[in-house]
Design a protein around this ligand. Structure first.
Ligand code: ADP
Ligand code: MG
Length: 244
């Protein structure tokens, strides 16, 4: 069953049209990757779901309810969490303070219980909980950002390049964790540059090129068709990693 349905979306910033006629569906329980070279509109697509772009035409629905025109702050009420690429944690606060902020609507016992659940999924955060978030390594920082999103108990998480700037072994850790979240019932749509890596973990992928969906398919379909991937992804880090 489809959870997020984007149809014929044309969107951008003011007069600049970035996305044209984009169709994308994320089914309940699916782990979907959104790939494509730099500047192809991946972040714009994710931001459109959160009313952070100007929508020219098309529809965006969560559970058959339109999200278009809703204020950004209210989108989370529809069970969607956003983990942006940058500024996704508060560096001046400790890990624990960051996590508590994410559950500030809960009373103290419930907040503590939520943190205990989070520490099961993200054990590294428990060890470091009193540490300043600004001192975390890139990988730990991403784990914290994902944990903050997860604490909202969303049905759908949208993540923008969660592996950006991470060493290959950490990239794998992040994707393994995402797979675990998916197995635990959270539907995922993840923007990625590390195409080759994420195709081993996701179920389905869309490839954007110049604001349009150039190709889509299961990981197997995309990996099996090297020529298509080469042609559609162009010269980008994503392609580099796919082909070597
Ligand atoms: P990607 O995430 O695939 O690298 P983006 O969605 O960030 O691509 O950007 C797509 C296009 O939109 C680029 O040409 C970029 O310059 C432009 N763009 C992105 N953000 C803004 C913005 N806030 N205002 C105007 N143009 C933007
Ligand atoms: Mg981007």
């Amino acid at each position: 069953m489809s959870l997020l349905t984007i149809e014929q979306l044309t969107a951008g910033y003011g007069k600049l049209v970035v996305l044209r006629d984009v169709n994308l569906t994320v089914d309940e329980g699916q782990f979907v990757a959104i790939l494509g070279p730099n500047g192809s509109g991946k972040s714009t697509l994710v931001k459109s779901v959160f009313s952070m772009t100007d929508i020219v035409a098309g529809s965006i629905e969560m559970d058959s309810r339109s999200l278009i025109g809703l204020p950004t702050e209210s989108i989370s009420q529809h069970g969607i969490a956003y983990v942006p690429q940058r500024e996704n944690i508060f560096s001046s606060m400790t890990i624990r303070e960051n996590l508590l902020l994410a559950v500030r609507h809960l009373d103290s016992p419930k907040a503590e219980a939520a943190l205990r659940d989070a520490f099961e999924l993200f054990p590294i955060l428990e060890e470091r909980q009193e540490q300043g978030a600004g001192q975390l390594s890139g990988g730990e920082r991403q784990m914290l950002a994902i944990a903050i999103g997860w604490l909202a108990r969303p049905r759908l998480m949208l993540l923008d390049e969660p592996s950006a700037g991470l060493a290959p072994s950490l990239v794998k850790d992040v994707f393994r964790l995402l797979r675990r979240l998916c197995e635990a019932g959270i539907t995922l749509a993840v923007v990625e540059q590390n195409a080759r890596s994420i195709l081993r973990w996701c179920d389905y992928a869309y490839v954007l090129r110049e604001g349009e969906i150039a190709f889509q398919g299961t990981s197997e379909e995309i990996l099996a068709d090297e020529e298509t991937v080469k042609g559609y992804l162009g010269v980008s880090p994503a392609v580099e990693s796919l082909l070597h």
